[in-house]
Design a protein around this ligand. Structure first.
Ligand SMILES: C[S@@+](CC[C@H](N)C(=O)[O-])C[C@H]1O[C@@H](n2cnc3c(N)ncnc32)[C@H](O)[C@@H]1O
Length: 275
């Protein structure tokens, strides 16, 4: 339901009520238009708390920044806790919304992937975060083992907690840079499938993804492209990388996941690699 409907009986000017929000566990994150005064934002937040009783904290979210994709979040009203447990399709995700992002736009992609996994697959999740992809795959697909690599120590702690929270046994969490981990001999030629769920400039990690793969395997290559670059540019990048690594590739599917910015799309290309 829209926020305008939720708080329609308040005296807040409708123009100041944002249309975009996200609920994670008992926390609501809202994105305001620029130049709205802080006291109005607090008033909106308090009106939400009065109307939706299972929301305990309301925060403002601005952009997501940096290598660790950290959100710029600030407190507006409520009990002040940034840590929550979000439930989605039978998986519990514990996270701190002031330090860790959670993209609602990737929900369909998380579900789509689960349906593709064959029995006994070994998977490398190169950018595991708090377990966005790994947890669902471990619990609901037939995957034998998932190596979940995460560089940010804060996200990594939540990843380990979430593995326990969901009683999962087939994930091996690894703290580190997936580029460096792909250089380890014991991590090469091990995966039936590699997930590259990171933006932007994921292309700079493609050669590393090839290293994790067995002689034949699948890469889910996420990246960001302008609309006019689709689909020539991503396929060119994949072909170039395959040539550089003496591999052959076959494109299995290509899909827009969500809009990333005006005229720019987050896409995923599923590609079969033969070494
Ligand atoms: C936030 S997730 C992307 C969102 C996720 N795919 C989803 O479905 O919502 C990307 C993660 O990759 C991690 N990361 C960035 N660079 C990395 C690297 N070189 N090695 C391992 N993890 C990395 C970030 O810290 C972050 O936790």
């Amino acid at each position: 339901m829209s926020l305008k409907r939720i708080i329609e009986k308040s005296d807040i000017d409708k123009a100041n009520i944002p249309s975009s929000y996200q609920i994670l566990g008992d926390i609501m994150l809202i994105k305001f238009k620029p130049k709205i005064k802080h006291e109005i934002k607090e008033k909106v937040a308090r009106a939400i708390l009065n109307k939706i009783h299972n929301i305990k904290t309301v925060c403002e979210i601005k952009k997501v920044v940096g290598e660790f994709r950290q959100p710029k979040t600030s407190f507006l009203a409520g009990n002040g806790s940034f840590v929550t447990i979000h439930k989605e399709h039978g998986i519990l995700y514990k996270l701190d919304v002031s330090k860790i992002m959670f993209s609602k736009g990737n929900l369909f992609e998380r579900q789509r992937l689960i349906k593709q996994i064959g029995a006994n697959e070994t998977i490398v999740d190169m950018f595991a975060g708090i377990g966005y992809f790994s947890l669902g795959l471990a619990k609901f697909s037939g995957a034998k083992k998932i190596y979940a690599i995460e560089k940010n120590p804060v996200a990594f702690e939540f990843l380990k907690e979430n593995i326990k929270l969901n009683k999962i046994k087939n994930i091996r969490p690894i703290l580190g840079d997936c580029k460096k981990i792909s250089e380890q001999k014991d991590m090469q030629n091990i995966a039936d499938r590699v997930i590259m769920g990171y933006l932007p400039n994921t292309r700079s990690f493609l050669s590393n993804a090839f290293k994790f793969l067995k002689p034949k395997g699948i890469i889910h290559y996420h990246d960001v492209f302008r609309k006019d670059e689709l689909w020539k540019k991503p396929i060119e990048i994949l072909n170039k990388c395959a040539d550089k690594n003496n591999c052959k590739i076959k494109i299995i599917s290509k899909k827009i996941v969500k809009s990333y910015a005006p005229n720019v799309e987050h896409v995923v290309v599923d590609v079969e690699v033969s070494k």
